[in-house]
Ligand binder design. Structure first.
Ligand code: CP
Length: 323
């Protein structure tokens, strides 16, 4: 594995998940693999889980970790070429990324979308430039369109808790007060579609009209506007809000109640409920579910460590072989 940006960077999903679960069983067997190697974590946006779980994973591998909160502590970045920098931006990504690459062996980057310019966001301009100019392997800590460490975590968690060979997994849209990115649902969808292709699960997406995700992520999934229909016989319900892709970043009023609660859960196969967190209680997901026996959200967050550790391990193995 050279970089980790999407499911396309994974050769064999099952192998990666099994290796992550083996690491979970014995987390400290590779504590010399990353000795004298430096991981730099660069955040242009806030984070709790991604920041701490990736640091912990790197420490389990013997790496040193540096964290840069670019949004608060860095110089204002210019990402466009050919501009005269006589405005508010202070440093160009060409120099900033190259300098970080001099200090670090692997870099992680978190960069949310603007939700204003769909083409720019979906071109992943900033991420691609960062990869190009830093010269070292890059791990996505969530980009404009994807959150692969979260999606790998989610597949690990489903594999760990499934009661049947091919569980029914439902991605269920939920209400929110803000316009949120499509990165988590896009990414979850592309990982679940690939897992479905490999007969690991059945995947359904339920959302109100107007909240269709980009087809590049969802082709192969069953897609419905009927939440009750989707929930029938579900083994896992993955709750998440997102804003409109079509009318980019828009939030439409939704008449039906789309918040998951215990009443809706009765239609499922006693489904486990997942959410990437942070979650707004009793808006996206009921407190009764979050505090009840069907919630996997804390175990899911805990698994973030093993997702990060298996990815860093694979990249370190390649670096140590100089390939
Ligand atoms: N799920 C997730 O990525 O959490 P953070 O935004 O806190 O890192």
């Amino acid at each position: 594995m050279k970089n980790f940006f999407s499911v396309a960077d994974v050769d064999n999903l099952s192998d990666l998940v099994e290796e992550a679960l083996a690491i979970k069983a014995n987390p400290n067997t590779e504590e010399s693999l990353g000795k004298h190697k430096v991981l730099g974590l660069v955040f242009l946006n806030p984070s709790l889980r991604t920041r701490l779980s990736t640091q912990k994973a790197a420490m389990n591998l013997g790496m040193n970790v540096m964290v840069m909160n670019m949004d608060k502590d860095g110089w204002a970045l210019e990402t466009q070429d050919g501009v005269v920098m006589n405005g508010t931006t202070v440093e160009h990504i060409r120099e900033a990324a190259a300098v970080m690459g001099e200090y670090c062996d692997i870099l992680g980057l978190r960069s949310f979308p603007s939700l204003k310019d769909r083409e720019a966001d979906y071109n992943e301009d900033l991420f691609n430039k960062f990869i190009k100019f830093c010269g070292v392997p890059v791990v996505s800590l969530e980009s404009a369109t994807r959150h692969p460490l979260q999606s790998l975590t989610d597949l690990i968690t489903i594999t760990e808790y499934k009661q049947v060979d091919r569980p029914k997994v439902v991605l269920a849209w939920a209400p929110h007060v803000k316009a949120l990115p499509q990165a988590v649902p896009n990414s979850f969808a592309e990982w679940m579609v690939k897992a479905q292709e490999q007969n690991l699960l059945d995947f359904t997406i339920a959302h109100p009209p107007g909240y269709e995700l980009a087809e590049e992520f969802t082709t192969g999934a069953t897609i419905t506007h009927d939440l009750n229909d989707a929930l029938s016989e579900a083994d896992f319900v993955y709750v998440k809000n997102w804003s409109s892709y079509k009318e980019y970043g828009e939030v439409y009023p939704v008449s039906e109640n789309w918040m998951m609660d215990n009443e809706k859960l009765k239609q499922t196969n006693d489904a486990k409920v997942m959410h990437c967190l942070p979650v707004r209680r009793d808006l996206e997901l009921s407190a009764e579910i979050l505090d009840g026996p069907n919630s996997l959200v804390i175990k899911e967050a805990s698994n973030r460590v093993w997702a990060a550790q298996v990815v860093l391990k694979r990249i370190l193995e390649r670096l140590n072989k100089n390939i």
